[in-house]
Design a binder for this molecule. Structure first.
Ligand code: CA
Length: 222
């Protein structure tokens, strides 16, 4: 899951960035609205965290512009405690939820998870393909009942493949949803991580779940 954070205060931005990375989210940070709008237009984010108080254009105008540009990712707004009317303006401008500063990281994480889940409320948090199971809430992975330990990047990649199970997933799709802006598309890093996953998920099993489609990408199927 890839998240865009638009926040000019360095300290808060790095606090959020660090925490979300630890939770296996892939995150890009924009220090102002112009960069945020630019990134949101070129990348398919699953969620946008938008601070209201920004230099230049404020979060409310950014939010309106995002919606005008038909960017439909859920938006979580960060507002100051004493500015109640901002919340109303934020929600009216197209934001999905707001969080008042200062907040504890767990509070932010709960909102983020709720917004990401809301898109697909009826689905269970457990993704299943053949005997492989991934729990999106606890991040536990099991194959044939046996627990598999994955690094944060491996988890993010497997989760993406499982969400799109039985569909062809191209390298571009993977780089856009599992890696952030720093990703260098000329490296073979995706193939390297696919190999790590194969070793952990498929090795020793008769049935291989991760398949390579030469020149196209990958498909996970049972
Ligand atoms: Ca700010």
């Amino acid at each position: 899951m890839r998240i865009l954070l638009i926040e000019d205060e360095r300290k808060i931005a790095s606090f959020i960035e660090r925490g979300l990375k630890e939770e296996d989210y892939c995150i890009d940070v924009a220090g102002d609205g112009a960069k945020g709008l630019f990134l949101a237009e070129i990348n398919p984010y699953d969620l946008i965290i938008l601070d209201i108080m920004l230099p230049g254009k404020d979060g409310i105008s950014i939010c309106r512009e995002l919606r005008d540009k038909k960017i439909s990712a859920p938006i979580l707004m960060l507002t100051a405690r004493d500015r109640v009317h901002d919340k109303v303006r934020g929600l009216n401008s197209g934001a999905d939820d707001y969080l008042t500063k200062p907040f504890a990281f767990d509070e932010l994480l709960a909102r983020v998870r709720a917004l990401l889940r809301r898109r697909d409320d009826t689905k269970s948090p457990i993704l299943k393909v053949a005997d492989l199971e991934l729990d999106q809430l606890t991040h536990k992975i099991r194959r044939a009942g046996r627990e598999i330990d994955l690094s944060s990047k491996e988890y993010a990649l497997l989760e993406y493949l499982m969400i799109h199970a039985h569909q062809v997933v191209t390298r571009t799709m993977i780089s856009e949803h599992v890696w952030n802006e720093d990703f260098d598309s000329f490296t073979n890093v995706i193939d390297v991580y696919i190999n790590y996953l194969r070793n952990k998920v498929d090795k020793g099993f008769e049935k291989q779940l991760i398949h390579t489609l030469r020149g196209t990408g990958y498909i996970l199927k049972g």
